[in-house]
Design a protein around this ligand. Sequence first.
Ligand SMILES: Cc1ncc(COP(=O)(O)O)c(C=O)c1O
Length: 407
Amino acid sequence: MGLDSKFIKNDFPILKREIRSGIPLVYLDSTATAQKPQQVIDAMDNYYQFHNANIHRGVHTLAEEATGMYENARKKIADFIHAKSEKEIIYTRNTTESINLVAYSWGRKNLKEGDLIILTEMEHHSNLVPWQILASEKNLILDFIPVTEDGLLDLVVYKELLQKKPAIVAFTHMSNVLGTINPVKEMIDWAHQAGAIALIDGAQSVPHFSVNVQDLNADFYVFSAHKMCGPTGIGILYGKEKLLDSMPPFLGGGDMIKKVQLRSFKPNDLPHKFEAGTPAIAEAIGTGAAVDYLLSIGMDKIALHEHELADYAFKKLALVENLKIFGKNNHRGGVISFELGIIHPHDVAQILDHQGIAVRAGHHCAMPLHEKFGIPATTRASFYLYNSFEDIDQLVAGLLVANDMFG
Ligand SMILES: Cc1ncc(COP(=O)(O)O)c(C=O)c1O
């Protein structure tokens, strides 16, 4: 049985909204951020109304309740991605901060002049810039797996690059522009055979299909709650316990210490070693509720639904004149980036917005990928569990209007 997106839509108050006095909202921008179900909003509201207190440091009832809720969410997240232990789940602010944490802590400790980092041409800026900063500081070498014309990673070149013995490879599980799902299990295995560790950017995978970090054998795996029906302001760094244990702290301050003297400190145990200061407590609890929500629907059902939506969209978009999709391949999720003739993507997005349809236009934080395809920007439509086939019909109708307007 597939998903009943009409039934699911009911869980999301914002999807009942109307745009521009009376036009129903069609939300096709979940790759940027997903909408939040009532269950997540209620979980955060419940914390603020009945349990609000700072965690870990108090002995009063509210502090114990808040700590329990915060740590219980960590356990849910660990189980969700099949981590061995909740010690391997570090709360950060987002995917971006998780990658910066690894570059800053693991990178500064372990990399030396001339070491090689392998990335790909399809990375989000958050998996490029932290490594660029580190590379310029420590004289490291960056090299890139090219993207083919049909939006896949060139694995022949990857294997050649691995012969140069990189220290770390870091790549996305699913592209936020092309929708391509990379063969990460094999890619991690090859990296390990070459003596490298592997960081996987799971910002677009964890929300959309089941991820098992132990089966993948990922060393680090990072994602953001706001893209998986959870709140903004919180992300996850998964790391193998041994690796995280060997790394120095990232930020210093309260909670990340066991003992402090005037001139020295002893870091706390995992996972607290990497969580300095008062964390995003309500957001952690909201993330736990998002995990419960996604599991109540079923990750396999969500993945299948998005696959069907993408297949349907490909068929329907083929009928729109002058429309060119980037990254046409069969290894994909529900993200479609395209050009519409000579109409600027911002104009396309604006015309669609006038019809209640929310899509994204721009470089989607992947400037090098757009440069590779010789274009400054694309329009992107992305699908999630609450989208329906009718939403895609609306998108297509909206694009026909755009074509008409520009003759
Ligand atoms: C593949 C990918 N990586 C990283 C990010 C950055 O996520 P955040 O802004 O939540 O840190 C995004 C956001 O769109 C993304 O799609």
